[in-house]
Design a protein around this ligand. Structure first.
Ligand code: ATP
Ligand code: MG
Ligand code: FE
Length: 355
């Protein structure tokens, strides 16, 4: 079955055609980064308007690149949570329109489930990757993105099979990258720039303690390290010297990736699971990818790291997660709504009190 996926939860308009086995026929991502860069973050109203402008051409492009028509589709999957409600609604209403007009089944997908399952996508042109095995269930996954940072026990391709083992108490990891980059005058989004500068920086020059590293819990906290960086900049100003900026980036990135990698592997061991998976925009970080691989291998844990295009926001992961729902015969009605909250949090935080 071929599924059209549609993604508009934040600042990327995406559409993709994916087969239920994970084969990606097309994956179009129209980023709004330039639109929001001058504000140093996503402006919700501008995001919604840009999605509304771009959704039709992006969906047409995805169908054209996959060389399929609407009649070839077995269903439509659309991100309906979590995210900016106005942005999500553009995708949801567009998906409903096509589904209604063509009599196609429609399913809403939780964006976070998409990130957790992105490892199953098979993209053309990644020959070694295509051949690489995909994880079996259960696995333990670190989802680290712009809005979320949690570790999940994943026992199947459905949201009720994803159990949160621990998460951040304050900022998401990607948010910390973005805020620190902003402090250092490096622009938005911060992750890719810090990644690039950290590679040439001396991480031992301004050593940072990994946040929450010593606590034997699976919780994270990134606001402290961000404040220490802010204090450093307040006391010394933004360094003029590129090597010094690079050293600050390297020290920050070392501390953050270290705690993320350690707790992911620790979570797998605590739960007797021998497979770890990465997902979310921060999983594109080269140091994180490397540290997780090294730490997992040292403990005899298999490590599955998706290619970069599957880590950052894309509609292919939404189509894949939707295909799993459609394959089980699930359908959503025309009353499908957009909500800002993930259903994963609600499910898993029950009993522990809401956030
Ligand atoms: P969420 O998935 O939580 O709803 P989102 O969709 O905005 O939020 P993603 O697009 O998955 O988040 O990830 C974007 C985040 O990833 C940004 O904070 C960005 O800085 C970060 N990021 C992207 N590339 C890298 C990188 N190479 N290193 C570190 N962080 C990165
Ligand atoms: Mg984004
Ligand atoms: Fe995301």
């Amino acid at each position: 079955m071929l599924v059209l996926g549609i993604e508009s939860s934040c600042d990327e308009t995406g559409a993709a055609v994916v087969r239920s086995d994970g084969t990606v026929l097309s994956d179009v991502v129209q980023s709004q980064v330039d639109l929001h860069a001058r504000y140093g973050g996503v402006v919700p109203e501008l995001a919604s308007r840009d999605h509304a402008r771009n959704i039709d051409p992006v969906v047409r492009e995805a169908l054209a690149r996959a060389n399929v028509g609407l009649d070839d589709l077995g269903g439509i999957a659309v991100t309906n949570r979590p995210g900016l409600v106005g942005a999500l609604l553009v995708g949801v209403q567009f998906a409903k329109g096509i589904a209604w007009a063509r009599g196609l089944p429609l399913v809403g997908v939780d964006h976070l489930v998409g990130h957790l399952l992105a490892v199953f996508l098979r993209r053309p042109g990644e020959s070694s990757d295509e051949a690489a095995p995909r994880p079996e269930f259960p696995f333990v996954a670190l989802l680290a993105s712009g809005g979320h940072t949690s570790i999940y026990h994943v026992d199947g391709p459905t949201e009720d099979a994803c159990r949160e083992l621990g998460g951040t108490r304050d900022d998401a990891a990607g948010e910390a990258f973005d805020k620190v980059a902003k402090l250092l005058g490096l622009g938005y989004p911060g992750g890719p720039v810090i990644d690039r500068l950290a590679a040439i920086g001396d991480a031992s020059r301004f050593p940072q303690k990994a946040p929450m590293a010593s606590v034997r819990s699976l919780e994270f906290s990134f606001s402290g390290i961000k404040s220490r960086m802010a204090r450093h900049v307040a006391d010394h100003g933004i360094p003029k010297d590129e090597a010094e900026i690079a050293a600050l980036c390297a020290s920050f990135q070392r501390a953050v990736t270290d705690v993320l990698a350690k707790k992911l592997v620790q979570a797998a061991e605590m739960n007797g699971v021998s497979r770890v998976v990465l997902g979310g925009g921060v999983a594109a970080n080269r140091e994180l990818r490397e540290r997780v691989r090294t730490m997992a291998n040292a403990r005899g844990i298999d490590c599955f790291v998706p290619p970069l295009a599957s880590c950052t926001d894309n509609a292919a992961m939404i189509a894949y997660a939707g295909a799993a729902r459609l394959g089980r015969g699930e359908r959503d009605g025309w009353d499908l709504t957009a909500t800002s909250q993930t259903s994963l949090l609600r499910l898993t935080r029950k009993g522990r009190g809401a956030r």
